[in-house]
Design a protein around this ligand. Sequence first.
Ligand SMILES: NC(=O)c1ccc[n+]([C@@H]2O[C@H](COP(=O)([O-])OP(=O)(O)OC[C@H]3O[C@@H](n4cnc5c(N)ncnc54)[C@H](O)[C@@H]3O)[C@@H](O)[C@H]2O)c1
Length: 363
Amino acid sequence: MKPTNQINIGIVGCGYWGPNLIRNFRSVPGCHVKLACDNDQKRLAYISQLYPEVKSTTDYEALVNDKEIDAICVATPVWTHFELAKKSLKAGKHTFVEKPMASNVLQCRELVDLADHNRLILMTGHTFIYSAPVRRIKDIVTCGDIGDILYISSQRMNLGLFQKDINTAWDLAPHDISIILYIMGAQVNSVNCQGEAHINPGVEDVTNMSLTFSNKGFATIQNSWLDPNKVRRMTFVGSKRMILYDDNEPLEKIKIYDKRVEVPPHYDTFAEFHYAYHYGDMYAPYLKQVEPLKVQCEHFLDCISTGRDPNSSGRDGLHVVEVLEAASESLKRGGAKVEISEIVQEQTTNDLKITDTKIARAN
Ligand SMILES: NC(=O)c1ccc[n+]([C@@H]2O[C@H](COP(=O)([O-])OP(=O)(O)OC[C@H]3O[C@@H](n4cnc5c(N)ncnc54)[C@H](O)[C@@H]3O)[C@@H](O)[C@H]2O)c1
């Protein structure tokens, strides 16, 4: 018998990332990781060796049909997310899906609708939203300390790990996009993306994306699996101050620069124009180090208990996939601008076509 208030979790996907989720869920009081599922017996043997109390299965149906399980976490490759999450939601389980939430906008919408209809929590693994530096940047921006955000630039690069089913944008950019959407607090209007596949034909290992926003904000994202160094760097340029966030820094992850450019009302000489540059102090606030993944796991459990909407909800997952899909479309068009409304429109039209075909077949 399950104790009252205990939340039982099942997890599907025990490859590289799944064990991190198991470790963190296990550490939260009131949470019991009951069952782990993977197609690969070797991965299940590894989990059993680490956590003997966690039962294991290769049969996802056993997980979905386990009446004692309240929530399922999906940590499998992206192309499998939709089917696994859909089955979980249909079985009445709260569902956590790793990033990116699904392979396209249509699938994300279906998951969001299903969760709404069944009154279930649907959360996506935008881990950095739960990290101390990003939380602090959000606070600084919200209280108006850096002024209006003019632009954000992000670089997330390293050597590998090469994926076969998704390009570097779908692999790495969900982190950049989710942070940017969280901080910018505005909707993306359009996306341009260019990239090249140097190693695996058809799978871009280097991509450069730019986003325009409804509030006139602008962002650029550079992702690569072909870089000698691991780079995790973001710059937030405000009208009053600027923030540099380097996730590789062990202690001073964010630095706030009191720097800005003030265009004078008029100037007669180039020397006078220089006075418009403001150079002030830099400070690096103290940030308490807590594993973001632990905060994320606690938040999922809290949302299940209280019914509150997660900070990285299914809708947030959908918005990230809208940007990724627009980026893929732009890549196909050689970097041309793709409006988000086109993606949404295209999906709706395809949706209608599919529905028409179904109706025609039924007739
Ligand atoms: N939030 C983060 O910071 C973060 C970091 C890394 C990975 N991820 C995400 O986690 C997910 C998994 O990535 P990974 O690197 O662990 O991949 P992986 O390939 O290392 O592991 C995936 C596992 O899923 C299993 N699997 C595949 N299909 C299955 C199915 N239908 N049923 C049961 N098991 C199945 C595989 O056997 C494998 O063990 C991806 O969505 C990835 O984007 C998130």
